[in-house]
Design a protein around this ligand. Structure first.
Ligand code: NDP
Length: 335
């Protein structure tokens, strides 16, 4: 089988590519950068005949994916803008996220398409109600939707975190609407991970170009002070999330479902700081002491990562392993 992965040269997308290749699939990655595609291919010589890249510069134009669907049996749509340093939230985050979804879904639905399933990376941002504080015994599940309205998301007074959350919610909704209204031959699975961390397997030329979520974690090692605020106490390792994506593609019963994908182990940046100081001698100099040392953090609410683990047969790595693997790798890039 031949799988198209969008966002293949990004943090999560590259892990999805590697998971598929390791299982023997042929993979076509879409990227905005020919150079990054070439670099990813060069780093995987053993898969030379199984991996190709197509450059799709502006994925928000409907039609751009039409010519790259030849032979494709399934799609994993990972690409979406994820950064907070914006000047126009609607133009840079919200519209590209939604139009990117419409673009890949319409290409997958074109007559002659062999696509049977489309798995989409949504986010816990489209699940969580950021402005309410649930009771500690409350557990978010895939049945929950962020109540944010489109008007709130595009409001110029909204910060980019709110706009990003809107981009994910409204992009995911656009996908569910599309398959319903067009009665597509393929089915849809959406995945809603909270913070995703872990070592990188995509091209990262300099530490400054690290993806947004890993940058938050690496910042702890590099000495940010104060520590970042833990907005959401949930996380998942990128390697585990890649496994979730591929299992979502291969498990027939997953069709038409939405899953929260999160480790049951709560995290906080304070906990990350503790782990990093314990593990790395050099970090005793860099990591701030300006925080309350903690034992393992207790979560302010629950996040249901059990359903996806059970239904798709995936396991979660411990937070400590993820932190150590990322920090060791990125430290290596900086010295
Ligand atoms: P990256 O920034 O590493 O990846 C984003 C990917 O999307 C890149 O491959 C990028 O393409 C592509 N992309 C972004 N904007 C556009 C655009 N306008 N046109 C075409 N392609 C675009 O971040 P992640 O890997 O972390 O994010 C991947 C997905 O996971 C996103 O959908 C994100 O919302 C979601 N997610 C991430 C979480 C996290 O904590 N990291 C948490 C929850 C969800 P290119 O490589 O060509 O630049």
């Amino acid at each position: 089988s031949y799988v198209l992965v969008t966002g293949a040269t990004g943090f999560i997308g590259a892990h999805v590519v590697d998971n598929l290749l390791a299982r023997g699939f042929s993979v076509r990655g879409s990227t905005r950068s020919k150079q990054k595609g070439d670099q990813m291919k060069a780093a995987r010589p053993q898969y030379a005949s199984k991996l190709d890249f197509v450059v799709v510069e502006d994925f928000t134009q409907i039609g751009v994916f039409d010519s790259v669907m030849d032979g494709i049996d399934a799609v994993i749509h990972v690409a979406s803008p994820f950064f907070y340093d914006t000047t126009n939230n609607e133009q840079e985050l919200i519209l590209p996220a939604i139009n990117g979804v419409r673009s890949i879904l319409s290409a997958s639905a074109k007559s002659g398409s062999k696509v049977q399933r489309l798995v989409m990376t949504s986010s816990f941002a489209s699940v969580v109600s950021p402005s309410s504080t649930p009771a500690p015994e409350f557990t978010y599940t895939a049945a929950n939707w962020n109540p944010l309205t489109y008007e709130e998301a595009i409001d110029p007074k909204s910060d980019s975190v709110t706009a990003y959350r809107g981009s994910k919610k409204f992009a995911e909704l656009a996908a569910w609407e599309f398959v319903k209204e067009e009665k597509t031959k393929f089915d849809l699975v959406t995945l809603c991970p909270p913070m995703v961390f872990g070592p990188v397997v995509h091209p990262v030329p300099t530490v400054q170009q690290l993806n947004e979520s890993n940058m938050m974690l690496w910042g702890v090692a590099a000495g940010v002070d104060p520590l970042p605020v833990t907005r959401v106490p949930g996380w998942i390792d990128a390697r585990d999330l890649a496994e979730v994506h591929v299992q979502a593609l291969l498990t027939p019963e997953a069709g038409g479902k939405r899953f929260v994908a999160a480790s049951p182990e709560p995290f906080s940046y304070e906990y990350a700081a503790d782990i990093i100081r314990d593990e790395f001698d050099w970090a005793k100099e860099t990591v701030t002491t300006n925080y309350k040392m903690s034992e393992k953090p207790s979560a302010s609410y629950g996040i249901d990562g059990e359903t996806v683990a059970r239904e798709l047969g995936v396991k979660y790595r411990p937070f400590k392993e993820t932190v150590i693997d990322l920090v060791r790798q990125i430290r290596g890039l900086t010295i």
